[in-house]
Design a protein around this ligand. Structure first.
Ligand code: NDP
Length: 400
């Protein structure tokens, strides 16, 4: 199991944190918790892609030692915004990876997409404790990444709410007594939509998640249920669990965040409000717990919890992700890369919603799975899949 290493790295006070993707939804929630516990944390590095002003405000407010933008064209603006502060400034994808490798007690990996792979890997190679939100990293390079984690005695603490829930109720001393993992899914904004209705939905509808407030890409993934497919693959690698022992259960209220079924018939679940500050706090304070301002769960007021099986006909992304995990090798890398391209096209109004899974499926058909032996092969499989997906998008030829 990649997250369980024999020694628990003890916390120093204050803990020195680096946050990769600090300007995003997860990054901002992490800094919200840091702001409420100023004695407990110090900030080493903060990174963003292009959100210069937000990054500069964060870096000044939290006294970061370094602020980095991935997009080199933003360097001058960031430099200007932080002039006179003494905060180091850098730019470019390599600088983001270098920021991830700076000495820190804890690194939050919250960049969206496969762009998070190299920075997360840099933190892993430092033997860091990593709060892993960036699920795409494990999807596109799962076995290679968990091997790096083991080789460098790093620790991955799951931040994704479902995996964090499993982490909270998993008996790490008796992993062989786990029967099944059950990932819950809200079903997203189109849970009750027919395929015809889904064909007409807009990006604005897709990003308006009924329960969670998240970045645009993961919101679209939730709407297509590709997010649950990516989480299935993530769970396989994090918990070393076979694909056919990981179930998906639609639970529209998002109160039960996931469950673990044991061989004696017990099923343990973690419950809470759909607020990412709870799983982030669990990972931030681990192996202890910390207080959060998250609204308390009032089950009597909620009254009922509903469950239904997932529908792979209306949500083919689930079927594609399961098939990619079963195929192994380059298939999950291809799935992830094609999905990133298709979601970007949908958000840009170059593709209709149901076209997302279609582009992913056609890309997977064009790239039969091959063994994946190195991180270089991840990069080439990713690039090849993106090339095919872009060609397919052009052929579909919808004007923005
Ligand atoms: P956001 O889109 O809100 O934020 C993404 C962050 O990554 C931003 O800081 C962004 O910078 C940065 N970024 C984007 N592209 C690049 C790039 N090419 N290089 C370096 N940095 C980049 O995403 P979320 O916070 O919603 O999600 C982050 C990750 O966490 C995803 O993998 C998601 O699946 C996962 N996750 C998110 C949850 C949520 O509730 N939001 C829940 C569970 C998992 P900029 O602001 O400049 O664009």
């Amino acid at each position: 199991m990649s997250l369980a290493t024999p020694s628990i790295k003890t916390a120093t006070q204050p803990r020195r944190l680096s946050i990769l993707g600090s300007t995003g939804s997860i990054g901002c929630s992490t800094l919200d918790l840091v702001a409420r516990n100023p004695e407990a944390f110090e900030i080493e590095a903060l990174t963003a892609n292009r959100s210069v002003s937000r990054l500069a405000v964060q870096a000044k407010r939290f006294g970061a030692r370094q602020a980095v933008v991935a997009d080199e064209s933003c360097y001058a603006d960031l430099k200007e915004a932080l002039s006179g502060t003494g905060i180091e400034v850098a730019a470019g994808p390599a600088a983001v990876a270098e920021a991830a490798a700076r000495p820190a007690d804890w690194v939050m990996a919250a960049i969206v997409g496969a762009a998070g792979l190299q920075p997360t890997l840099a933190a892993v190679r430092q033997g860091s404790v990593i709060g892993l939100a960036n699920k795409e990293t494990l999807v596109c390079a799962g076995a290679l990444m968990t091997a790096e984690v083991a080789a460098h005695s790093a620790q991955l603490l799951p931040v994704d709410s479902e995996h964090n829930a499993i982490f909270q109720v998993l008996d790490l001393d008796q992993p062989d007594k786990v029967d099944r993992l059950i990932l819950t899914a809200s079903g997203g904004p189109f849970r009750t939509f027919s395929r015809d209705e889904m064909a007409a939905v807009t990006p604005a509808q897709a990003v308006a998640h009924p329960n969670w407030d998240m970045g645009a890409k993961i919101s679209v993934d939730s709407a297509s249920m590709m997010n649950k497919g990516l989480e299935l693959i993530e769970a396989h690698y994090l918990f070393d669990m076979a694909e056919d022992r990981i179930d998906i259960l639609v639970h529209p209220q998002s109160v039960i965040h996931s469950l673990v079924a044991y061989v004696d018939g017990s099923v343990l679940a973690q419950l809470g409000q759909p607020d990412m500050r709870t799983p982030i706090a669990y990972a931030l304070a681990w192996p202890e717990r910390m207080a959060t301002p998250v609204e308390r769960l009032d089950l009597a007021a909620i009254g009922r919890l509903d469950f239904e099986p997932p529908d792979e006909e209306r949500f083919p992304a689930l079927r594609l992700a399961r098939a990619a995990l079963r195929a192994g090798g380059t298939a999950p890398t291809t799935l992830n890369a094609a999905n990133e391209e298709a979601v970007a096209a949908f958000l840009d109004e170059r593709l209709d919603f149901i076209g997302i899974a279609a582009v992913v499926e056609e890309t997977l058909e064009a790239h039969p799975s091959r063994p994946l032996a190195s991180l270089e092969e991840v990069a080439s499989a990713d690039a090849a899949a993106r090339g095919t997906a872009r060609r397919l998008l052009e052929q579909r030829g919808r004007e923005p």
